[in-house]
Ligand binder design. Sequence first.
Ligand code: C2E
Ligand code: MG
Ligand code: MG
Length: 669
Amino acid sequence: MSEYIDDTAALNAEITRLNRRLLRATTARLEAEAIAERGLRDLFQRQQEIALLQTIATAANQATSVEDAMCHALAAVCKFAFWPLGHLLLSDDGIDRPLHSTSTWHDESAGKYDGLRALTESIAFGTGIGLPGRVAESGAPAWINVGSDDADAYPRLPEAMRAGLSSLFAFPVMIGTDVVAVLEFFSMKLQTPDEALLRLMAQIGIQLGRVVERNRTKTKLMHDAHHDSLTQLGNRTLFLARLQHAQRRATRVPGYKFSVLFVDLDRFKAVNDGLGHQAGDQLIIATANRLSSALRQTDLITRGDADDGGADIVARIGGDEFIILLDNISSEQVPVRVAERLISVMAQPFMLDEQQVIVTASIGIAQSASGYDDVKNMVRDADIAMYYAKQQGRARWVMFDTIMQQKALRRLRLESELRLAQDRGQLWLAYQPVVTPGDGLIRGFEALLRWNHPVYGAVGPTEFIPVAEEIGLISAMGSWILQHACRQLRTWQHESGRSMTMSVNLSALQLSNEGLVALVEQTLNETGIIAGTLRLELTESAIMAAPERALSILLQLKQLGVKLSLDDFGTGYSSLSQLRRLPIDTLKIDRSFVSQMDLHDDKRQIAEVVMMLAHILGMEVVAEGAETAAEVELLREMGADFVQGYYYFKPMRADAADAAWREQDAMWI
Ligand code: C2E
Ligand code: MG
Ligand code: MG
């Protein structure tokens, strides 16, 4: 029996022990399960957070604007945290600017929060004001619950409470240490964010900050691409875009008018060269300011009746070139009044480096009424008109008109056809005899280029040589002229047995061309003419364009033995000190002094002095353009060595020139 009792006691003890073990195991399992569940929950939470960050990152990358990215972020955060309302506030550009409330909201209610939204948008959240103001000030997230102690500091709490909201939460969007925006959210529950949520929002803030930064860089790039860095005015690209805009409007709105003013400073080069580039830059900046403020003043008179239309714009498109769009003008008189104002504003002295400088401006005007298809042509025409303004003596305006248009068209046509002219045999050389006054004997010729244009007829070299220079044809054309003239000279020298001379004109561009010396040398070798019978004619302005360089080339040409003539003497710079330095053999007195010299004392006196001077310097003198016996007689008396003019001969075809010297053969014997 006692054994039985013993057994029972032992059994009970065993059961108790087992129960305890079971309890321990259960507790341990429950604990383990709880731990596992917590882990899973954390994991889930982490996953949600990562998903949120990813959503925002994707939205940020795809967003077309900062607002767009923020809008996505507001929606994603609201969804993540179960918040019904989110709002964006942006700080104005620059540091320490107040926030402004945007109309960008995420609102899941149907109008429930309209009162709160209206109130919010009416508040200026200066530094420290309201929850957003505090966030902007501290650069850290913040929150507030309805009924909190310092509720007074939060003007919107009563309204939020009325709408059934309990908490406000806000965090900053940062670039470095700058707060560029604030996102705020409203919760229906009383809520104090935990560490994890704060960390998450901070991360979102940084992510969105990158979006703002990228956008700013883009905006800056866009700005730079459309503005001139010196004056901050718009550039050509921006101008053309605005002009195009005006053009489109003009096709829709009857009577809509606009005009383009092309402004170019007179004498800018002189200031730049004389006072230095820095002063030149100062002048450009000052000009930009004057033009802009003069335009603002004229704004009232320029506006048409139609209410909208772009504002006027000034753009800088080159060194000292500005273009202005006068948009939506009331009449065609407006650009004229504006141009006159601009000219008078520009005529006021400038102070540059403590020096008073006076520069004027020339302005060309083109009107939309001319019906342009391409706005670039409007700028081109304003440019052409400006060029006329310069030609007419500067400091004035000129309106582009149909005559200029015809001239411009002709020039365009000459430009495109000149390339083909040589191949088509339309270019030829005329020869004008150079004679000794008194006996009238032909001592040589000047080769003068001619173009027989199929439509325009004879086009003069003064018109098409500049075109050839501009389109890069002068070098090829110049070689042809030189070779052609020298071959003709060899033939005539050979047949006459006399050492006649041939004068060949060189353009300014040829003079700056390295290949010129080699070309002349090659032509001399090829034709075998005596170098001294070739006279190369240069104008003073061609030499003075780059005197040092020209001098070096002239010296090389002299080494070859050719003679050099200074053409059109008296019309250019006429720097006597320069003249002394130049290896010139012959001066050609310009036609303007010779023509009617018997009737004008001043002309005669100038011609006389020039001739004396030339002889003192050991040069020969050719008088150009003598048309009457009286002129020739005077020139002979003054001691002109040669005369070239219609009185004796006009420029003529080679066969006529040939006949002319043969006719004189008898006089040589
Ligand atoms: P330039 O070298 O001074 O040529 C003299 C110009 O005066 C020529 O005009 C000639 O026809 C004209 N002329 C000559 N005598 C008289 C006269 O008594 N009365 C009047 N009214 N005119 C007279 P052109 O042929 O029209 O040439 C004009 C300018 O074109 C030339 O002035 C020269 O600078 C340039 N040029 C002509 N041929 C060539 C050329 O082959 N190459 C280059 N680079 N320029 C040329
Ligand atoms: Mg000449
Ligand atoms: Mg001449």
